[in-house]
Unconditional design. Structure first.
Length: 233
């Protein structure tokens, strides 16, 4: 039977899901509260990981070890790396990579984790396609894109840094957890997808735009996750 682990870095990225689920069990581990139960008739574990890649990776590993989840969905907000992707739009991951990993001195491409055998971690194609099709139904007023999610332990609010991320990685959006969750899912052979609603443009306007739009953006991502749950095979 499927059991879907749902990770949000911040409370606002999972609070609606927590309110709407039927909670059967609570487990606190690594200072995170894991809520196990059902949502939209689906077995789920919903958790706020905390911000940053280490928190996110720890969280994903606990979902695999303690709950034996069959799928992982990372829901939340991100900064856009493409002009056509506007605040409020949704990006569904094709893959994810660590933009702050740099071991080029040993011959690895920028962004590649040594000894992994891949530059980016591929999202599950069926989950990604389901997220796209469901988004068009549940959020018909916004655009949905499929593309690369790039992650690092920094909030991007500088036009110059944004330009380098676009040039180096051809990313669609940037945030601080997705690649770590993808990395953990890859090592545990668990299908995953990252769903990100755009809260800012990851440029010099980001510090002002993010607080204004983060809650509405997070709600759109949450609505999509809830809608797609019963359709996951």
């Amino acid at each position: 039977m499927k059991k879907v682990g749902i990770i949000g870095a911040m409370e606002l990225e999972v609070e609606v899901l927590k309110e709407r689920m039927e909670i059967r069990n609570r487990l606190e581990k690594a200072s995170m509260e894991f809520l196990e139960g059902t949502l939209s008739g689906t077995e789920v574990v919903v958790v706020r990981s905390g911000i940053g890649k280490v928190n996110a990776a720890l969280c994903a590993q606990i979902l695999c070890d303690c709950f034996e989840v069959t799928h992982i969905i990372n829901t939340g907000v991100a900064g856009s790396l493409k002009n056509e992707i506007n605040i409020g739009d949704i990006v569904v991951s094709t893959d994810a990579l660590h933009h702050d990993m740099d071991v080029q001195v040993f011959g690895y491409p920028l962004g590649e984790v040594p000894q992994m055998g891949c530059l980016a971690f591929q999202a599950d194609a069926k989950l990604a396609q389901l997220a796209v099709s469901c988004c068009k139904e549940v959020n018909p007023d916004i655009a949905v894109y499929q593309g690369r999610v790039v992650s690092g332990d920094q909030f991007i609010s500088d036009k110059g840094i944004k330009g380098k991320l676009i040039q180096n990685f051809q990313g669609y959006c940037v945030e601080m957890e997705g690649a770590a969750i993808a990395h953990a899912a890859y090592l545990n052979h668990v299908p995953f997808v990252i769903i990100r609603a755009i809260s800012d443009k990851a440029d010099d306007s980001a510090q002002m735009a993010y607080p204004a739009f983060e809650k509405a953006a997070a709600a759109r991502s949450e609505a999509l996750v809830e809608y797609m749950l019963p359709k996951i095979l």
